[in-house]
Design a protein around this ligand. Structure first.
Ligand code: ZN
Length: 326
């Protein structure tokens, strides 16, 4: 395995979105190496735009529906002369056939409408690439959806695995949703640097998977971005979906009855130590007066847009019930 790596920042101005999921793009050389989406992305020389991705580029990782996260390319591995198996429909030679989980024959070609058990296979010699994000990865948790991503894309096609994006506008859109990239200087001062050995990586963290499966939180992230309504932009890992009414009472997940809150603020809200009035101003329990970080939140207006879909009656009810105990 030969590797060419560089950490020299480029001065060009590029950004890409990388598609995960979907079998067409999976590079299965190297004994089934599996991408860890927060760490790296593998592709090969059969993928469009493969030759243009470079160190210093901004990357947004997407699935078919939304943006999962973003990072900067900190290192690029190049693995020449890899073998890749490509399968084709035995009837029409199309590569666009699908496996069927319950029916036989096992494969179905949507182009020529034939079913078959054994596709034709050919072995290609390809150059494989792996782009690593170093310590720059930021979870996006779906704060940009498919339509917003294509609006930022410079390519018409939806099918491309690697799509060119407008870097300036993409960065602005991500930051407007509360995401904060460390600058190179900040990353260096924080001790972040490219690992000497590029690791195979751990699997996508269980916490990230859980966050992605919470439909109520997903809807709130789509609405508000990665921003705590009380304290402002915060890492995805500490942002939670708060119910303005006790969930057990309503058993509903209405966006109007939810807010994104940092986990400690969420806890205070649920414990009745922090409330929000109908004018969307924060109130803090007198018992927290000795905790400057929290008492300073008293009187702060909620950080949500003026036209945000929030149920003011729900916050007023919570406020009345809460301050009655102070
Ligand atoms: Zn076919």
């Amino acid at each position: 395995m030969t590797e060419e790596q560089s950490t020299k920042p480029d001065t060009h101005d590029r950004a890409w979105s990388f598609l995960v999921a979907g079998e067409e793009r999976q590079f299965q050389g190297n004994a089934g190496y599996e991408d860890v989406i927060e760490e790296s992305y593998s592709y090969d020389s059969t993928v469009g735009n493969h030759q243009h991705v470079a160190v210093g580029d901004l990357v947004v990782v997407r699935n078919g529906k939304e943006a999962l996260g973003a990072g900067m390319v900190e290192a690029l591995q190049v693995l020449p002369e890899q073998e890749k198996v490509r399968s084709r429909c035995p009837f029409c030679a199309s590569t666009g056939f699908k496996g069927r989980s319950t029916m036989f024959p096992r494969f179905w070609c949507s182009r020529c409408k034939n079913a078959f058990d054994t596709p034709n296979s050919e072995i290609l010699r390809v150059t494989a690439f792996r782009a690593h994000y170093g310590g720059t990865w930021q979870p996006l948790d779906g704060c940009l959806d498919k339509a917003q991503l294509s609006e930022l894309s410079l390519s018409r096609s939806d099918q491309q695995s690697i799509k060119k994006m407008d870097r300036r506008r993409t960065l602005a859109a991500i930051e407007a949703r509360g995401v904060r990239f460390p600058s190179r200087g900040e990353l260096r001062r924080a001790g972040g640097r490219r690992p000497r050995e590029l690791p195979g990586g751990r699997r996508r963290t269980a916490a990230a998977v859980r966050r992605g499966q919470d439909g109520f939180r997903r809807a709130l992230v789509r609405e508000y971005g990665l921003v705590c309504a009380v304290t402002g932009a915060a890492p995805a890992e500490v942002l939670e979906a708060a119910h303005l009414r006790p969930f057990a009472e309503t058993e509903q997940h209405r966006v109007e009855e939810g807010l994104m809150l940092r986990s400690d603020v969420h806890r205070l809200f649920d414990c009745g130590l922090l409330a929000i009035d109908a004018e969307l101003v924060v109130h803090v329990a007198p018992s927290l007066a000795g905790h400057g970080a929290y008492s300073a939140l008293a009187g702060v207006p909620l950080r949500i847009p003026p036209d945000a879909p929030i149920d003011r009656a729900a916050v007023a009810d919570h406020h009345a019930a809460t301050v009655a105990t102070w």
